[in-house]
Ligand binder design. Structure first.
Ligand code: DON
Length: 313
C-alpha cells in the first residue's frame, strides 16, 4: 500500500463506512435460508490487506459470516486444478444470464441445457460435482483444506447451523440439481452433490479471511507473503473474468461501471473484491438490495474506487 493511500485510508475509512452504513435501512437480510435471517441489518465491516502485510479495517470487520456464493469462485478454481479447462467447460458455460442466481429458466430454454456459468447456483452445483474425491466427505474436506490454505487460517470451518438450515429448505436448489441430473450434467446422486455444495456455502469467515483469499487472486495465485504458488495464473484469469461478468449476479454490469473491480457477493452479505496487484478486500453487510448484493457494501466499494481511482476500465 502506498504510504499516502494507507494514511488516507486509516484516516477516512471509519467515516466512509458510517456514511455507507446509513444505506442499510433500504435493504433487507436474506430470509430464504432461515438461519441467515438472524443477521443484524445494520452491520457493516471491511478489511483491506496488501502484499506487505499492511491492513486497514473498519466497522464490524470481526463478525463471522458464511461465504455462500463467494465460495463458488474457489470451488471453480479447485475443479479447474483437478480436471483442467476442457472438462470443466464441457459441463458449464462462460456467459452471464441476466436472470436471478437461482433461476432455472435458461436450463430448459437454451440447448444443450448446461448451466450458463459457474457462479449461478446451477453452475456451482455442477462444479461441486466435479471436485475430485471418492465421496462427498472427501470432496468437502479437500475444499475446506484449500480454503484454509488460501485464507492462511487453519481454523476456518463450517457453520453447521447454516448448513442444516439450507439442507432443510433448499428445495429450489434440489430441483435445479434434479434437472441437471436428468440432463446428464450431474453424474453423482443429487443429495451427495448438494451436501458438498451446501457445505462449501456454509464455510464461515470474517472480513480479514476474505481479504486474504482475495489477495491471492490479486497476486495471480501467489501468496504474496510466503511467495508460494497456490493457483496457476490461467485459472486466476478465468476466475477474475467471471467475477467481472457474473460476480454480482445481474447487477454485474452496473457494478463494473460504478466500481470496476473483480468482485463476488454472497447472500450472507459478504463481498470479496480485489485491486489487481495491490489489495484484497473483504466486506460484510447483510442488508441486501433487490439483486441480492450487500446494499451498504456496494456503496462503500464505490466510494473507495472513486476516491482512489481503482476502476480497471
Ligand atoms: O444456494 C444458495 O442459495 C446459497 N447457498 C448461496 C446463494 C448466494 O449466495 C447467492 N448470492 N447472492
Amino acid at each position: 500500500m502506498s504510504m499516502e493511500q494507507m494514511q488516507k485510508l486509516k484516516k477516512k475509512l471509519p467515516e466512509w463506512l458510517e456514511t455507507s452504513r446509513l444505506r442499510t435501512g433500504q435493504g433487507d437480510v436474506a430470509a430464504y435460508i432461515p438461519e441467515l435471517a438472524k443477521a443484524s441489518r445494520d452491520t457493516l465491516g471491511i478489511h483491506i490487506a496488501d502484499s506487505q502485510g499492511q491492513t486497514v479495517s473498519a466497522g464490524d470487520c470481526g463478525l463471522p459470516f458464511t461465504m455462500q456464493s463467494i465460495s463458488k469462485v474457489f470451488t471453480l478454481i479447485l475443479a479447474l486444478m483437478d480436471h483442467g479447462e476442457e472438462a470443466v467447460f464441457y459441463n458449464v458455460g462462460k456467459e452471464p444470464t441476466g436472470d436471478d442466481f437461482n433461476s432455472m429458466i435458461k436450463l430448459e430454454l437454451v440447448e444443450p441445457g448446461i448451466p450458463f456459468n459457474p457462479l449461478i447456483n446451477a453452475g456451482a452445483i455442477t462444479v461441486s460435482s466435479l471436485i475430485a474425491g471418492d465421496s462427498p466427505e472427501e470432496k468437502s474436506e479437500r475444499i475446506l483444506q484449500f480454503f484454509r490454505k488460501l485464507a492462511g487460517n487453519d481454523r476456518l470451518d463450517y457453520n453447521m447451523d447454516v448448513y442444516h438450515s439450507e439442507l432443510e429448505t433448499g428445495d429450489l436448489n434440489r430441483s435445479l440439481a434434479y434437472f441437471l441430473k436428468q440432463n446428464g450434467v450431474l453424474k453423482d446422486p443429487v443429495e451427495d452433490v448438494l451436501s458438498v455444495y451446501f457445505r462449501h456455502c456454509s464455510i464461515e469467515v470474517d472480513c480479514s479471511d476474505l481479504s486474504r483469499m482475495a489477495l491471492v487472486l490479486a497476486f495471480d495465485g501467489v501468496d504474496p507473503q510466503s511467495g508460494e504458488k497456490l493457483i496457476p495464473r490461467r485459472y486466476i484469469q478465468i476466475a477474475k473474468t467471471f467475477m467481472v461478468t457474473c460476480g454480482m449476479y445481474n447487477a454485474s454490469g452496473e457494478f463494473a461501471i460504478d466500481v470496476g473491480l473483480p468482485a463476488k457477493s454472497g447472500v450472507s452479505g459478504g463481498i470479496m473484491a480485489l485491486v489487481p496487484g495491490q489489495y484484497g478486500i473483504g466486506v460484510v453487510g447483510p442488508s441486501l438490495n433487490s439483486k441480492g448484493n450487500s446494499i451498504a457494501g456496494v456503496h462503500l466499494l464505490e466510494r473507495l474506487s472513486k476516491e482512489f481511482d481503482w476502476s480497471l476500465f
